[in-house]
Design a protein around this ligand. Structure first.
Ligand code: GDP
Ligand code: IMO
Ligand code: MG
Length: 436
């Protein structure tokens, strides 16, 4: 299942692909495209809050696609020999993982014999989801708009040093003991009834599936790299949702940026050859929080319809807006991308003119970068430039230089504004719809 058009740059043996905006940039698609060239695909951070969509032409009818959505499973598993790793930085709801394994295997893609999960990854339980809901309720109008997948509460247990890790399953008696203790403590903290018995029961039932997958994945990846194997590390969520560098507190609870890749795989930074940032040709965000270039009008609605902008995990409508070059620059600075995959350019094809946010003005003064305060970011006025549209179908373009003049000018303008090379451009949902 080789990529039809793979004349891309040399990315080296260890490649990282990162979400450069607020998530849902189209990471899954490039990961799937490149995975055919990699031996191992490793997730590093986040959990089932991620939803990575991949469309693959049907074997018997290439004009139609099969759709796959990956939540915990690495997005490169559609190739029969790729090995998947879920790294130590992830928080794993094991029943969800088992469901994902089953779904893929029911559609004829065997994965359970080529998937490993880190012994150091933390577990998400149903009670974390319940607490996620309680925390959101208590925030009233300040809700984060989480995916309710228990991500924040699971990372709270991790940072609070009471988390339960994958290796704890190896000694089930100890696992039960820790689970009962946590359930009792959390029941008191949140004044709610958390019953550990259903969790114990569920995990006992799936133990047989999970145990063979458990590995010291940092050691495994390092050995593989030293043997010359090719590794693709798959980012989840997005840099502007990063717990440190995102639009706090409207963020997820892990490092979705480069820091999470290192910490969440245990792969040494000096072994990583290339970092590609995925940026949508416009902006979207799900959930609450500041969004300076948001279009709360019919243009935003049109973008949502044209781009099919509905959450891959929760189905929520995504908020849409113009490309934000200030936020993109910030993302480039934090992560040091070698190049960018600009996705969904085709979605803009019907527009007469297209805007790009180029400057933030706060209280009458231009500011150099994103402010720390979400209130300040909410208040910024954005300066825009406006470019002419191209009004042509670009879905069959496979070389960036063959884009219509105005589309190429749009790509080149973004390249100039963010001072980073755009090495591939998405022109449609399908695996082959990428211009290099
Ligand atoms: P991820 O979380 O970053 O993997 O992105 P999602 O899968 O949540 O959302 C991206 C959506 O855009 C998915 O439905 C993709 O199939 C779709 N997509 C990705 N690249 C392109 C593209 O170049 N053009 C179009 N039209 N859709 C794309
Ligand atoms: P992928 O990997 C888009 C957002 C949620 C919410 C905030 C916190 O598909 O790009 P959480 O459940 O993590 O506590 O929610 O972060 N969020 C995402 N938005 N794509 C994602 O992942 C996201 N992961 C988290 O909508 O605003
Ligand atoms: Mg997504």
């Amino acid at each position: 299942m080789a990529l039809s058009n793979n004349k891309h740059d040399d990315y080296g043996n260890v490649l990282t692909i990162l979400g450069a905006q607020w998530g849902d940039e189209g990471k899954g698609k490039l990961i799937d495209i490149l995975s055919g060239e990699y031996d191992i695909i490793a997730r590093a951070a986040g959990g089932a809050n991620a939803g990575h969509t991949v469309y693959v032409p049907k074997a018997d009818n290439p004009n139609e696609n099969d759709k796959y959505v990956f939540h915990l499973m690495p997005s490169g598993m559609l190739y029969p020999n790729t090995i998947g790793v879920i790294g130590n930085g992830c928080v794993i709801h094991l029943p969800t993982l088992v469901d994902e394994i089953k779904l893929l295997e029911d559609s004829g893609i065997k994965v359970s014999d080529r998937l490993f999960i880190s012994d150091r990854a933390h577990l998400v339980f149903d009670y974390h989801k319940k607490i996620d809901g309680i925390q959101e309720e208590s925030k009233g109008t300040g809700k984060v708009g989480t995916t309710k997948r228990g991500i924040g509460p699971a990372y709270m247990d991790k940072i609070g040093r009471s988390g339960i890790r994958v290796h704890d399953l190896q000694d089930f008696e100890m696992f039960e003991f820790k689970l009962r203790a946590n359930a009792s403590n959390l029941s008191k903290t949140y004044d709610t009834n958390i019953d550990p018995l259903p969790e114990i029961d569920t995990h006992r039932k799936i133990l047989g599936i999970i145990k063979p997958l458990i590995k010291d994945t940092s050691l495994y990846l390092d050995n593989a790299i030293n043997r010359g194997k090719k590794i693709l590390i798959e980012g989840a969520n997005g840099t502007l949702l990063d717990i440190d560098h995102g639009t706090y507190p409207f963020v997820t609870s892990s490092n979705a940026s480069m820091a999470g890749i290192i910490g969440g795989t245990g792969v040494s930074p000096n072994k990583i050859n290339t970092v590609i940032g995925i940026m949508k040709a416009y902006s979207t965000r799900v959930g609450s929080g500041p969004f300076p270039t948001e279009l709360s009008n019919s243009t935003g609605d049109d973008l949502r319809t044209a781009g099919g902008e509905f959450g891959a995990t929760t189905g929520r409508p995504r908020r849409c807006g113009w490309f934000d070059a200030v936020a993109a620059n910030y993302s480039c600075r934090i992560n040091g991308y070698n190049s960018i995959n600009l996705t969904k350019l085709d979605v803009l094809s019907d527009l007469d003119t297209i805007k790009i946010g180029t400057k933030y003005i706060l209280k009458g003064k231009q500011i150099e970068s994103l402010p720390a305060s979400a209130n300040d970011l909410e208040e910024v006025d954005v300066d825009y430039i406006e470019l002419p549209g191209w009004k042509k179908d670009i879905s069959n373009v496979r070389n960036i230089e063959d884009l219509p003049k105005n589309a190429l000018a749009y790509v080149k303008k973004i390249e100039e504004l963010i001072d980073c090379k755009i090495s591939s451009v998405g022109v449609g949902i399908s695996r082959d719809q990428m211009a290099f």
